[in-house]
Design a protein around this ligand. Sequence first.
Ligand SMILES: Nc1ncnc2c1ncn2[C@@H]1O[C@H](COP(=O)(O)OP(=O)(O)OP(=O)(O)O)[C@@H](O)[C@H]1O
Ligand code: SF4
Ligand SMILES: [Mg+2]
Length: 319
Amino acid sequence: MSSDLALDVRDLRVYYYTYAGVVKAVEGVSFQLRKGETLGLAGESGCGKSTLGFSLMNLVPPPGRIAGGSIFLDGMDIAKMSEEELRRKIRWKKVSMVFQGAMNALTPVYKIGDQLAEPLMVHKGLEKNEAIEEAKKILPKVGLDPEIVNRYPHELSGGMKQRVMIAMALVLRPEVVIADEPTTALDVIVQAQILNLLKSLKKEFNISLILISHDLSIMAEVVERLAIMYAGKMVEIGSSDELFADPKHPYTQGLLKSIPKLTEKGLHYIPGTPPDLRNPPQGCRFADRCPFVFDKCRREEPPMFKVGKTQYAACWLYE
Ligand SMILES: Nc1ncnc2c1ncn2[C@@H]1O[C@H](COP(=O)(O)OP(=O)(O)OP(=O)(O)O)[C@@H](O)[C@H]1O
Ligand code: SF4
Ligand SMILES: [Mg+2]
């Protein structure tokens, strides 16, 4: 693994083993995260974005687990580590995550300071008062007054709570941060503030950031590279300039057309629904919804083809 990579993910598979069958939420995903870059992860609801995020900390909620593949970080394979090793070496210290919707899951009965102090006590062995002091130092970095350590979550606005969640993800100075829909449920002004905050923290802390969002207009402003997922697969990846200017995968093309534009009347959308991930179709998973589908698509799964300077797409049109 070359030294300019923060993560090297190879053929990753993540499944949920439910009574109703095995949900193949992430299937054969490979990509690399470069040191210091911001990579966006987009795609329709249920395509596996959060599952992929969880797996990068090897923290997939049960009944899910990593079923195969590798996630290399500093020469170690996170996918194959024991719980003990993950806790000691990886989670929060090397890779951390701002969970989707987590700002509404702050424990209501604990003060903000106690919640920020906990990882510092558990992982760095600090005493409580030391940990609170440390927490006070990180709060200004996310634009909050250190005195909010004495407040309870219900005393904070949504934007402030999200800033606390970001502070929690940063408190042990990880190298990789995954932010899962960090601005969903916030109003537009606060959304912009949170995105600007993430941008400046990325520089200051020199982190590699994975930004998960279904909102492509946000991606266009923030990410350097963009990966598009469809039904558990990564179908396209490339620099965001190239990908927005000239999307190659028919799914990406449909997704970009579905961004509402002030200048156009009517909203485009991709007809049909994604396949059941318990029993995905053979061949290309997008075939049933693809305007360009041909014979081979239903028979064989398309691998990634190089389709631009930085761009790759999993589609037989580019064989
Ligand atoms: N705990 C679970 N048990 C069973 N299936 C699950 C579980 N969590 C997620 N899934 C399934 O895994 C697939 C991927 O879900 P995931 O939450 O990763 O998607 P997502 O892209 O993050 O969606 P969203 O945009 O709605 O957040 C979906 O089909 C979902 O139903
Ligand atoms: S492989 Fe075929 S069905 Fe799949 S996106 Fe390409 S053209 Fe469409
Ligand atoms: Mg999600």
